[in-house]
Write a protein that binds this ligand. Structure first.
Ligand code: GCW
Length: 678
């Protein structure tokens, strides 16, 4: 068989595999139909042919086969790796008559160009004759972080088990095709790196056996332009029994890491580097040895430097007795600004507490001036209804990307597992997609992303796309409203983060793991005073933000109770009292969730039965859960406000005692339905 026939044959096999899976959601946004009359593709690459390099060959071949199979218009396509074409993964697509030229300085750039062209076709935007498109990504590092444990469970995962690890032993060979599909899906949206294991990292990740397994994953993913990275446990040298300490300044420890890094690069020459959660939530770190974050990060960075590897050091730290958890990362990291090696990137969660439904932007994004910083978003919906509620997260992430340029990179905590549709819900796939698209181009609007995702994932029919785009765009605000509006945060149930338990505060549990630490509801009002008279968190922001946040009349309502303790009957700039406004916001959330359910109910005629019905159940449950959140929170806060619901607010469906007795059954972090309420 010649090259093209081989490619065509291989693609056909993949297509057949997809066909068997029908509309179970496995094909994600890559549901294009194949092209029976394969179009003409020319590889115009001159000079040093990248086809001499193994992975480059494969990358280019993937690009060629995708184009050949999926471009349906009668055009001929030229692809070219050319040093003068866009660099840094970028590409250009030029159309002259019926010829289309895709150029990039690298073969992976050509692959991104190929997927871009297919996306344009699928969304009805095939380039016009005489047009040129040039794209270069916003971020050089576009990474998924998997919180996958070596036993196959996934921390905060709601889509089955790990596709990489299993307690039944080595599953990489068995999952090779799946891992390859994962690579293709990621490449189609520009994701170019993946951290394969949980930041709560097992030292076992660095045994020679696990490095060998990592190597196999790396080999499967390399043709898709994806590098692998590992989370490392800072105490590994000691925990694995090789050295008596893990002190980052100890020569034996330094040597141990140098040897380990060499062992990894001998096995995986394109290995990306380490992700580290240190001195956070009980994980070991340099502070255990009287050293600093800089000592720890720089030691690892020095070991990785000769190979071009990087350290992503997480800034998610907080101590049990801190008067304001939202200040801590700033307090711990700002003094070190400028002291980290140039291959260290601080990985900072979008908000200063912890992936809450809404937080203000983390102050470190404004203040670090001499340190490389990359945001960490959470794609998996730990705090946003798991894979049950349909909440489109692009609008939430845009709250950060609108004010911060992601020039170093960006990470997203993956929502992928081995469930057939990858994410547990077909709608949750939109967040994986949106993360990749925003990492590629942070200027895309939420609407553009929702629109293109819906068209590729379901149908281009306007009668579906228009109402569902609206649902998606409103879904984050709705979720904030029915869970924790106006800056309320962290009022989740203890043990899981699915339902409400604003009252949760058992004795012996550290205060900052309980909701009352955050909402501070009392007879005089509620909210966390972070003003200059309170924890002074406002002063961690630059002006004019600091003064705006500090002033109760100027503070945006969405952050009001984040920054202020407000009296129940205090009049807000909107004209309502706090109590009435709170009731109305919760109601707004409930009404929105009900409207999403009603809109979805009308979508049956436009899409396949299988996905329609699964989502119908989920939308219905989301609407019920919205009531549960609203009733539990309002009835509980009412015990402090002692005020009636405003006249236009419907009565609660359950009383507080019943709601407080209700405990969710939790199975691997997945909550059982509220329908079980007595
Ligand atoms: O949001 C919290 C989660 C933990 C997680 C931690 C972190 C991996 O509840 O499960 O641990 O954040 O980001 O390190």
């Amino acid at each position: 068989m010649n090259f093209y026939k081989r490619v065509a044959f291989a693609t056909l096999l993949v297509l057949q595999a997809f066909a068997l899976k029908a509309e179970d959601g496995h094909r994600l946004w890559l549901r294009m139909t194949g092209n029976e009359n394969a179009i003409k593709i020319h590889n115009d690459t001159k000079g040093q042919n990248p086809l001499d390099v193994a992975d480059e060959t494969k990358t280019l071949r993937i690009a060629l086969s995708e184009l050949q199979f999926y471009i349906r218009e009668n055009v001929s396509i030229h692809v070219e790796v050319d040093a003068n074409a866009p660099k840094n993964d970028g590409f250009s697509i030029t159309r002259k008559g019926d010829e289309i030229f895709i150029k990039s300085a690298s073969s992976v750039g050509v692959l991104y160009g190929a997927f871009a062209l297919i996306r344009l076709q699928e969304t009805g935007k095939m380039p016009k004759k005489g047009s040129t498109i040039v794209e270069v990504p916003s971020s050089p590092l576009r990474l998924l972080n998997h919180w996958d444990n070596l036993n196959g469970t996934i921390e905060r995962g709601f889509a089955g088990r790990s596709i990489f690890w299993s307690n039944e032993g080595d599953i990489i060979n068995q999952n090779a095709a799946l891992i390859s599909e994962y690579g293709r899906a990621n490449a189609s949206i520009g994701i170019n790196g993946t951290v394969l294991n949980n930041v709560n990292a097992s030292p076992q990740m660095l045994t020679s056996e696990r490095i060998g397994q990592t190597k196999r994953v790396a080999q499967i993913l390399a043709p898709y332009g994806i590098k692998v990275y590992l989370s490392v446990n800072f105490a590994s040298p000691k925990a694995l029994g090789d050295v008596s300490t893990a002190d980052p300044l100890d020569p034996d420890v330094i040597k141990w890491w140098q040897n380990k890094v060499k062992e990894i690069y001998d096995a995986i020459p394109n290995f990306g580097g380490f992700l580290v959660k240190a001195n956070s939530e009980g994980e070991p770190g340099p502070q255990d040895f009287g050293r600093t974050h800089v000592d720890g990060a720089n030691m690892l960075a020095d070991a990785l430097k000769p190979y071009g590897g990087i350290v992503m050091w997480r800034a998610f730290v907080y101590a049990a007795n801190s008067p304001d958890r939202a200040n801590q990362a700033y307090d711990e990291f700002m003094p070190f600004d400028g002291q980290f090696r140039d291959n260290v990137i601080l990985q900072v969660k979008n908000g200063p507490v912890d992936f809450q439904p809404r937080e203000p932007v983390h102050p470190l994004f404004y203040s670090l001036k001499h340190t490389k910083v990359m945001p960490e978003f959470q794609i998996t919906q730990e705090y946003l209804g798991e894979s049950i509620h349909s909440v489109f997260l692009a609008p939430m992430w845009k709250e950060l990307t609108d004010v911060f340029k992601m020039t170093e990179g960006v990470a997203g905590v993956s929502n992928i597992g081995n469930s057939v549709n990858w994410c547990g819900s077909d709608m949750a796939q939109a967040n994986w997609y949106a993360f990749g698209r925003l990492a590629w181009n942070q200027n895309l609007t939420s609407k553009e992303i929702a629109d293109e995702w819906l068209k590729q994932t379901f149908t281009t029919d306007k009668k579906f796309v228009t109402p569902m785009t609206k649902v998606m765009l409103e879904s984050h605000e709705a979720c904030v409203n029915y869970m924790m509006p106006m800056g309320i945060h962290h009022i989740f149930a203890g043990g899981h983060h699915y339902g409400p338990e604003p009252w949760y505060a058992p004795r012996g549990v550290r205060a900052d793991w309980t909701p009352p630490y955050y909402h501070k509801a009392a007879a005089d009002g509620m909210g966390f005073d972070r003003t200059r008279n309170g924890s002074n968190n406002v002063s961690l922001y630059p002006e004019p933000l600091a003064s705006t946040f500090n002033d109760v009349n100027k503070c945006p309502e969405k952050y009001l109770l984040w920054f202020h303790h407000v009296g129940w009957t205090q009049k807000l700039p909107c004209g309502e009292t706090l109590w009435n406004r709170l009731c109305h916001k919760y109601d707004e959330g409930v009404r929105a969730a009900e409207s999403f359910n009603a809109t979805w109910a009308k979508m049956a005629q436009f899409i396949d039965k299988e996905r329609f019905e699964k989502l119908h159940i989920l939308y219905d449950r989301q609407a019920k859960d919205a009531w549960w959140w609203r009733d539990a929170c309002l009835l509980y806060f009412q015990t402090f406000s002692n005020l009636p619901f405003p006249k236009d607010c419907p009565p609660a469906r359950h009383d507080l005692q019943t709601l407080m007795r209700y405990h969710l059954a939790i199975d691997n972090y997945t909550a059982a339905p509220i329908d079980q309420l007595p």
